[in-house]
Design a protein around this ligand. Sequence first.
Ligand SMILES: Nc1ncnc2c1ncn2[C@@H]1O[C@H](COP(=O)(O)OP(=O)(O)O)[C@@H](O)[C@H]1O
Ligand SMILES: [Mg+2]
Length: 367
Amino acid sequence: MGFLQIASAHKAYHTPEGAQVRALDDVTIDVRNNEFLTLLGPSGCGKTTLLKCIAGFEDLDGGDLLLEGRSLKGVPAHRRPFNTVFQNYALFPHMTIAQNIGYGLDVAGVRKPERDRRVGEALEMVGLSGFDSRRPAQLSGGQQQRVALARSLVLKPRVLLLDEPLSALDRKMRETMQIELKNLQHSVGITFIFVTHDQEEALAMSDRIAVLSNGRLQQIGRSTEVYDTPANEFVANFVGTSNLFTGRVTERNDRLLTIETANGRRLAARSDGFAVGDGVTLVLRPEHLRIAEPGEGGAGCTIEGTVKDAVFVGSIVHVHVDVGFGRTAILHHRHERAGASAAVAPGASVRIAYSPESVHLIAAAGG
Ligand SMILES: Nc1ncnc2c1ncn2[C@@H]1O[C@H](COP(=O)(O)OP(=O)(O)O)[C@@H](O)[C@H]1O
Ligand SMILES: [Mg+2]
């Protein structure tokens, strides 16, 4: 029996314009106890809808939600052992931090000594001991978000639902909070379902990531699984940057495949799957591509092109290479001090090299 099962969830909205939007289209996810699960996808893909249905603020049109085998149908939001943290943390401005955090306990009828103890614990958990008597306006955005977290954690939910809670914070604060939130989840042992449209955030924080697009689940797996072996082109493009080349398998020698693209290029890849004749898409990550040394290169493992742009981003240079036929490949080149970058200056002719082991293959849509 699963912990929290999202079973074939369907939800459609009727827009004022008279159209129908499938916000959730047959989504099935087995959420594990104590995991940090992230729902990742672009704006409008259905993330908030799914959280609202889990929380009980919205009902599913079809499918079910089961907590430890029991359907949540008809269970109102306040009877579900869940709590939600929103992006706009909505603290009560006239109340102190301690009063904000203790509010839910107060409503639940928890007596003062017990309430104070739990509020103190929650403040300590989020690193805000000693801030009890401040008001929200006297805290930074990051601190306010921590209060919002403490306010939820103090109620000891089985599942904490977090809807883009870090997106209002600046980059440095967001990165700090990512680490804190992940550590917090581990220490409190509560299941977190975290929503973000930011793939880096998802990769950094999650035990598992569920990638959604247009209301449909595209892939679910550990961060490294989703990044290293994307299930389809959508995931390959949305999670990290990918160079995609589509073609057909023309030769197979043991695990070494030759793939011919429509414009006649022959590319090599190593894989256990696929047979001669199969349509495939090669996924090549920018960090797996290099500028080849003169005279270097195994058959099928180089691609010729011309440097279009070299974008210096700090430790690496993002090199955009025109590989012909209107296609641009992006590779990550290690930045070296002073001058060594002539090889990647715009206009330079280069050969991109890669190892056939580093290629991930996915079945081309429609074969
Ligand atoms: N109350 C509503 N009425 C009509 N359409 C809605 C409503 N809420 C959400 N939608 C639509 O459902 C889709 C999913 O929305 P949402 O779950 O908010 O996406 P996300 O949180 O991933 O950005 C979007 O196309 C959105 O416009
Ligand atoms: Mg949303």
